[in-house]
Design a protein around this ligand. Structure first.
Ligand code: HEC
Length: 123
């Protein structure tokens, strides 16, 4: 059986639609509920980015990560100053804190906003 290439493409597009659709960055995803969001930068602010990536370690304190809202864990870090904390967020802090906290789609400014969010939780 022969299938023209165009037919196959249409068929694949149809299948993607059935699974809920793919919402690419820059498209209006909100009106397309149930779709998979393929966005890079921030689509919901620092808290959303925190929940997506940083929370993996920082919610439970994995590997000694300072927990959100844990003043005791954060106070010695706050003394280092925000610039140092931003740099740790962006560059990582070996061995356990990965660069950009594994939020590979976050820009440096996104990381700074998340660090602000984390620090605000203990102020
Ligand atoms: C794989 C686990 C993990 C993830 C994911 C993670 N962290 Fe961390 N983070 C750590 C650990 C462990 C430390 C403590 C490192 C230390 O003190 O040696 C830490 C420390 C920090 C610190 C304090 C740095 C300092 O200089 O004291 C900041 C700020 C921070 N993380 C921000 C983030 C942000 C923002 C994200 C998400 C974008 C993130 N982390 C994701 C494990 C993680």
């Amino acid at each position: 059986m022969m299938v023209a290439a165009g037919t196959v493409e249409t068929e694949i597009a149809e299948r993607i639609k059935k699974s809920g659709g793919v919402c690419l960055q820059g498209e209006d995803c909100a009106s397309n509920s149930g779709s998979m969001v393929v966005a890079s930068a921030d689509s919901g602010g620092a808290k959303t980015n925190y929940d997506k990536t940083c929370a993996t370690c920082h919610a439970a304190g994995i590997a000694g990560a300072p927990k959100l809202g844990d003043k005791g864990a954060w106070s010695p870090r706050l003394e280092k100053g925000m610039d140092v904390l931003y740099a740790s967020g962006i560059n990582g802090l070996p061995p356990a804190m990965p660069a950009k906290g594994m939020c590979f789609t976050c820009s440096d400014d996104d990381i700074k906003a998340i660090v602000d969010y984390m620090v605000d939780s203990v102020r």
